[in-house]
Design a protein around this ligand. Structure first.
Ligand code: MG
Length: 159
């Protein structure tokens, strides 16, 4: 196949006084993500979407949260490793689309920086990196500010 598509999904819980890394950047916030890595739930969903394109499992399998090697790791490093796998299989990224559900803080001021950070890691221009954010109108665990939920879709093209 010359093009392949994949989807990814991830959730992380929020807790006070932790850094909030999201889409490769740090967001000013009184709460951040509970995680073995830096907790960048957007990059995690994106990595799973990319791996899903090639039916290669998920990042939990590649980078186990039981391993000290990945403790506190910058998720951009995980994304780089996933991109090495995509390239080694003879593919490049076409485009990606990410939807982040978070009640607060508002992400609109940070979307451009996320796209600018992710695009070079994916080897594409910023117009091929869509990042969208929504609240859940105060409904569910996202609405209660207990966590963040992210869906990602990736399309890859044979080089
Ligand atoms: Mg995760």
């Amino acid at each position: 196949m010359d093009i392949r598509i994949g989807n990814g999904y991830d959730v992380h819980a929020l807790a006070p006084d932790l850094p909030m890394w999201l889409g490769g950047i740090q967001i000013p916030s009184p709460t951040g993500f509970v995680a073995h890595s830096d907790g960048d739930v957007a990059i995690h969903a994106l990595c799973d979407a990319l791996l899903g394109c090639l039916a290669l499992g998920d990042i939990g399998h590649l980078f186990p949260d039981t391993s000290d090697e990945w403790k506190g790791v910058d998720s951009k490093i995980l994304l780089r490793k996933v991109m090495e796998i995509i390239a080694a299989n003879g593919y490049r990224v076409g485009n990606v689309d990410i939807t982040i559900a978070l009640q607060k803080p508002k992400l609109a001021p940070h979307i451009a920086a996320m796209r600018a950070t992710l695009a070079p890691l994916l080897g594409v221009s910023e117009d091929c990196v869509s990042v969208k954010a929504t609240t859940t109108e105060r409904l569910g665990f996202v609405g209660r500010c207990e966590g963040c939920e992210v869906w990602a879709t990736a399309l890859i093209i044979r080089k």
